[in-house]
Design a protein around this ligand. Sequence first.
Ligand SMILES: Cc1cc2nc3c(=O)[nH]c(=O)nc-3n(C[C@H](O)[C@H](O)[C@H](O)COP(=O)(O)OP(=O)(O)OC[C@H]3O[C@@H](n4cnc5c(N)ncnc54)[C@H](O)[C@@H]3O)c2cc1C
Length: 488
Amino acid sequence: MDKRYDAVIVGTGAAGLYAALNFPESVSVLLISKRELPLSNSSLAQGGVACVLDTVHDNYKLHINDTLVAGKYKNTLSAVEKLVKEGPADVLRTKDLGVDYDLNPDGTMCKTLEAGHSRHRIVHHKDSTGKAIVDALIEQVRKLPNVDILENALLYSMHKTLGGFYLSVLKDGKSLYYGCNYCLLATGGIGRVYQYTTNSAIATGDGIAFAYMLGAKIRNLSRVQFHPTAFAAEANRERFLISEAVRGEGAVLLNCNGERFAHNYDKRGELAPRDVVSNAIAREALRTNSEKFYLDITHKPADFIKSRFPMIYAKCLEEGIDITKEWIPVYPCQHYLMGGIDVNLHSETSIDGLYAAGECAHTGVHGANRLASNSLLEALVYSRTAAEDITRKLQKYGRKPLGLEPAHRPITGKKMPSGFRSQIRAILQDTYFVLPKPEKYDESYKKVEEIIKQLFSESYEISSDLVEAKSIAIVASIILDEVREGQS
Ligand SMILES: Cc1cc2nc3c(=O)[nH]c(=O)nc-3n(C[C@H](O)[C@H](O)[C@H](O)COP(=O)(O)OP(=O)(O)OC[C@H]3O[C@@H](n4cnc5c(N)ncnc54)[C@H](O)[C@@H]3O)c2cc1C
């Protein structure tokens, strides 16, 4: 074993970083990230974090209600209450930790409106809130004496023992081996299971796959959110998000004929929850026989657009669109996962000592559909909860012996043939997108199972390609199995 820790956190998005900041110095922690620290879905978040800070114009009941309405009342109420009531303190803590939220002239935090929210309650840093949070938290985590950080280090295998876990990590072509009593999976979402996604390259569902292989309960993985307005680039797999906040500030959706149509499908129009707007676009595409859609914010003053959405303005300009004068081409794509590794209110999974937080976890807060800007809040609240619960357990039970180390499997082997990942992505994109195709569920599931057999039957060389191919195959298979069994 290379080193033994009290706790290992896998992931350096908002969930992993904030968890690290919530351990006392007495707890030894290893924090690992399979790529550079800032590369994560968290860094891509634009709109902001939803929380009730203004108790004159807003209150917890309203935020809870908006979350339940968006989630179609399939949310776990106790998890939503915890999120909404504990969230404001965590957001204020991140401000104290240096996150540069936009402020009003009187020093209070600016709050904007997003789809599905009945009040202005989204705090933000321009249109790059996630990056502001991640940058500030990384700076703070680097100062922690009890936290070792391992960058570009891929967790590729987990072994459970009586007292904890042994983790195998691939770094610089070598295998490293760590032991810990507690492990927190904060490995993010599954966007890369789809052909087109707003998610970062790291979003391959690794943590979910590892938890599943350990026998953890996985729930509602087929609850996938498709964002209605991603920049409709011709080529890129990772599609740039045109945040809800753009519609919140008055942008309207147009079809291929330049006509508004969202109100024909739902009276809330462009500001209906994401699934409703995505659905409206998909149905309008069938009606008009065209996948060309646009967002128009040109009626707003150019100076306002540039200062409120500097990143979106710059990114669209790179693609040849000046959003102060031209319509933005948009189309729905995979964006977020509501389901995941099932956890309780302490962020504990069904496996002793294994915790999960952030997008890889299923707390039940989002129900059938996530309300905009609730996910960063969830990442903060439930990762802090995990750190607190692990600390309590360490105080109560001490450092338990880990038990026998398993035999090491060499990382060398045959090179994995290419093509598995693109096959899986094509299957999911075709079978289970905004308007799912139930007639294809069985056939697609069988195809994915066949790929899994091939991936697991050979002793391929351990590489990120292999680990991620296995992860997305397992995730795709769970999703398709869930929908064909009608479980979600
Ligand atoms: C474009 C975009 C915009 C968004 N906007 C908003 C918004 O405005 N408001 C909001 O609330 N939410 C938003 N979201 C959602 C939100 O950003 C994410 O749900 C949240 O940040 C997830 O945080 P996380 O810490 O769980 O995961 P991530 O931030 O994705 O971090 C995952 C981490 O796990 C690591 N990892 C994964 N697998 C392994 C492995 N095998 N070994 C080692 N490390 C591993 C990765 O390297 C990474 O560090 C947005 C998402 C996207 C994609």
